[in-house]
Design a protein around this ligand. Structure first.
Ligand SMILES: Nc1ncnc2c1ncn2[C@@H]1O[C@H](COP(=O)(O)OP(=O)(O)OP(=O)(O)O)[C@@H](O)[C@H]1O
Ligand SMILES: [Mg+2]
Length: 252
């Protein structure tokens, strides 16, 4: 379980994450939604030890995130950041091999190589493994970063807008893959999404943030409602049932 208690972050006089307390389960798919600037990335950055909080605590399976070593945390939790920068001229396979660093310390074992190969193939990147990262399209590069996180093979996988730049086929492919990781490998997937319909279709739980606070938290049926969504985004929604899915419409 990831336990977050009273996490707070301010910049100047603006408190952008305001005393957030929640627990994230050790399996399943949890989506975090909310408008631009709600504090989603700041919260994820604190939970994954990228950013220190002004107040509050976070722990992963009992390990205190802010006092443990980076490597201790990285064996339990992997994170895909919203803005991935990679200026080095490396290949896709080399990038994915970075995911093994917390385990291998730089020396790849046969197990590491197997994880890398499997992550590449999960992300439909076999044919691009030898390509330079700078020679990929935006969506292909995004999939390479997702593969790097998968190769880290941690129980908790945090992804900040992993569907950025992906076409529908690859976005759906990534969501199905994350669902399978939760169902078949017992992983806990926590992801930030702007597409509330992907959140609705694939999540066990949706957490909605606004102004640095959690304003809705529950199963998709509890959060994908016109009332809850209007409260989160400040605009009207209609919600339709389509087969098993709740689909929100908001285009006009
Ligand atoms: N380094 C910083 N200095 C000052 N303000 C910051 C900094 N980083 C974030 N903020 C502010 O904190 C607030 C929350 O930012 P955050 O990136 O967590 O939002 P978000 O919910 O992830 O939004 P988005 O959907 O646009 O990614 C925003 O108002 C942002 O401008
Ligand atoms: Mg963000």
């Amino acid at each position: 379980m990831i336990a977050v208690d009273g996490l707070t972050k301010s910049y100047g006089t603006a408190t952008v994450v305001d005393g957030v307390s929640l627990t994230l389960p050790d399996a399943g798919v949890t989506s975090i939604i909310g408008p631009n600037g709600a504090g989603k990335s700041t919260l994820l950055s604190m939970v994954s030890r990228i950013l220190g909080p002004d107040a509050g605590t976070a722990s992963v399976d009992g390990v205190d995130v802010f006092s443990a070593s980076g490597r201790e945390v990285a064996k339990r939790l992997s994170v895909l950041r919203q803005d991935t920068h990679m200026t080095a001229r490396i290949t896709v396979r080399e990038l994915v091999e970075f995911g093994r660093f917390p385990h291998s310390g730089g020396r790849l074992t046969p197990d590491c190589r197997a994880s890398v190969t499997s992550a590449l193939s999960y992300c439909d990147l076999d044919h691009l493994a030898h390509r330079g990262l700078h020679e990929l399209s935006g969506g292909q590069r995004q999939r390479a970063f997702v593969a790097m996180v998968l190769a880290q093979d941690t129980r908790y996988v945090l992804l900040d807008e992993p569907l950025n730049n992906l076409d529908m086929a690859h976005a759906t492919g990534v969501m199905r893959l994350l669902r399978r990781l939760a169902d078949e490998r017992d992983k806990s997937i926590v992801l930030v999404l702007h597409d509330i319909n992907y959140a609705s279709a694939h999540s066990d739980r949706i957490i909605a943030m606004r102004d640095g606070a959690v304003v809705a938290d529950g199963a998709p049926a509890e959060v994908i409602t016109p009332e809850a969504l209007e409260d989160v985004y400040g605009m009207p929604f209609t919600v339709h049932r389509l087969g098993d899915d709740l689909v929100a419409s908001y285009f006009r």
